[in-house]
Design a binder for this molecule. Structure first.
Ligand SMILES: [Zn+2]
Length: 355
């Protein structure tokens, strides 16, 4: 089976003039081409712009109209201009197509380069995100392809509060977010790791980890929470929101992962996807902030290779800090995991013994 790489040169217009720059797409592609040009496992696919009908699967018409007028309510983080808005539509189109290509069976994996909008909601832009590529991908699969169970696994260092808001009441979408504790990072302590609302209660699982937490603790979370839930929920497809911002060298977060750790998560998701959903995964790899542009291309590649089952060398571009080890945060994470298993015990059979 093949992995579709969704990319268009016009994605570079998603440049917000701060840490999120438009050269990130081409930076990744350069490294990808160096390693895998003409590799039979990968195929480049050019997405098209999301239409208004596509956007309205998630966003309100009123919000779309405001964005068209470039009136941002979050102008510092998420400034709007004609080129940025067009690029946001392209990213949303890429998310929609990424899901369709995998659902059709033509590909078993797809990668939305630079995707993974986490903070934008149904009627607001927020935290670098305008249109929810992840939300549109999931809603399209539900509304137009009849899917009844979708897992969104978000390992980006920031909590996916926007994705949570979009699906909090929907039991067809299991949303799991593993993130740096919001008391220490954006979107901040007002996000209190909710369980969902109404019929969706129990279908939002937030796992806040301490700053500095490294690979072994992430692996523990996958083994003890993510995999039991995935096996019980039996999703028809997995959407991953990742990237490289849980890496120890990221400029705007404080987590402690290595490239090997990012690769390992993806490898393990490949394995569970094979078991529960014919290997179907859409990967939205977009996070990662370093001025030299050395980290995120490698982080995204680590994800892509882990998911696709392709080996590649993962040399760290930055020195591993002497005060960090790959088991950092493991004892604290074990305690956090126990608390969450207990919290979920009334909703999921796999945790019922923790009551
Ligand atoms: Zn992030």
């Amino acid at each position: 089976m093949k992995t579709a790489i969704l990319y268009s040169e016009k994605m570079k217009d998603y440049d917000l003039g701060h840490v999120l720059k438009g050269d990130r797409y081409e930076n990744f592609l350069q490294l990808f081409r160096e390693r895998f040009l003409n590799h039979s496992r990968f195929e480049m696919v050019e997405p098209s712009y999301a239409t208004n009908q596509d956007l309205e699967m998630v966003h309100t018409p009123k919000y779309i109209q405001r964005v068209e007028k470039h009136q941002s309510r979050d102008p510092h983080d998420t400034p709007l201009s004609p080129s940025v808005v067009q690029a946001a539509k392209l990213l949303a189109g890429a998310g929609k197509l990424g899901g369709e290509l995998v659902q059709s069976g033509k590909f078993d994996k797809s990668l939305v380069i630079g995707g993974g909008v986490q903070h934008a909601g149904r009627n607001y832009e927020k935290g670098f995100g305008i249109f929810s590529d992840v939300g549109i991908c999931a809603e399209n699969l539900i509304q137009n392809y009849g899917l009844k169970k979708i897992l969104i696994l978000d390992t980006d260092a920031h909590a996916g509060d926007g994705i949570y808001g979009i699906f909090s009441k929907d039991p067809r979408v299991l949303f799991i977010s593993i993130h740096q504790d919001t008391r220490t990072l954006y979107p901040g302590p007002s996000y209190k790791n909710p369980l969902g609302e109404g019929k969706g209660t129990g279908y939002s699982v937030n796992i806040p980890l301490l700053p500095g937490t490294s690979d072994q603790a992430y692996e523990h979370v996958l083994d003890e929470i993510v995999f039991p839930l995935t096996e019980e929920f039996e999703p028809e497809i997995i959407l991953m929101v990742d990237g490289s911002d849980p890496h120890f060298s990221d400029q705007i977060t404080q987590m402690g992962m290595t490239l090997e750790g990012i690769h390992l998560i993806a490898k393990k998701i490949r394995k569970i996807a094979k078991k529960v959903c014919l290997g179907k995964v859409v990967d939205f790899a977009g996070s990662g902030y370093d001025a030299k542009g050395l980290l995120y291309p490698r982080g995204w590649l680590a994800s892509l290779c882990g998911l696709s089952g392709i080996e590649t060398s993962l040399q760290e571009p930055y020195t591993f800090p002497p005060n960090l080890s790959t088991n950092r945060g493991l004892p604290e994470t074990k305690t956090i995991v126990k608390t969450i298993q207990k919290k979920l015990s009334g909703y999921w059979k796999c945790f019922s013994s923790y009551r």
